[in-house]
Ligand binder design. Sequence first.
Ligand SMILES: [Mn+2]
Length: 326
Amino acid sequence: MKSNCTLAEIAAILRTRQRFVVISHARPDGDALGCTLAMTLCLRQLGKDVTAWNEDGVPEKFRYLPGSELVTQPPADPQTFDVAVVLDNAVENRAGTARTAIAHADVWINIDHHHTNPRFGDFAYVDATAPAAGQVLYELFRQCDLPLTYEMADNLFAAISTDTGSFQYPSTTARTYEIAADLIRLGVNVGDLSQKMYESYPRRRLELLRALLNVLRLTSRDRVASFALSAETARTLGIQPEDNEGLIDSIRSIDTVVAAAFFEELGDGKIRISLRSKSPKIDVSKICGLFGGGGHQLAAGARTPGTLAAVQEKVLQALDHEFDQP
Ligand SMILES: [Mn+2]
């Protein structure tokens, strides 16, 4: 595998070039958007021309992030830039139309924390020990004396908090808390921001959870919990794509459960698979790899063709097989 460039090399490009585009992955989570915005705000501080795109724009639930109005859906006509910055994205085409709207960039920068990231681009920096891409960006800004404003701090804190399950996942380290402390000193209001992140859901999200709990399945001797969302249920409840983010955690919290799975019927004949594990012995990025996806050992995803029932069955069998390994 290609090795990392240095953070100083990336900082030099940020300082010397002028026209930037910042992208991450489609169906953005808090890390993807927090990073996109922190980088965009940093480049604006440096006096650069910055464009920030996401295939899905900024979902309603993330509009509290400072600068969220700066991220737009990409235009139909591809554009040319000096530099394209790709964040929190291990698979280049997961950026979707945000990727195809870039006709050309002289330099491609790739900053990430997914161990499956092949280090695409001209300058790639992947730290698989970081629990969030936001943590890697923080190190870049601080080590290279780049601007780090209060608005950027809010975005980085949101990125790290959401990707660590509020500083709970095993990838959370002392360094993560040190960074959080620094971000709080920069002005992050933890109570206010956490309420926006975790206690401001629309009612339909809870209605969705109720519907999903009705179809909850426990398999592999109660070590695997799963539920599936049909396109019809999503339509009936008026579900937005961002509504189901994090619901998988509610079934993972069962004491006997080691792995949790969520299946969602997408409109295009594909099924979205989300897997979470509580044990390194069950590597869910490996299982998602069988279905053309990837991610982290304890959190991974894939999109695969098929029917909801058939895909669920195949994944549950693959999981069951993992428990048989010595
Ligand atoms: Mn991430």
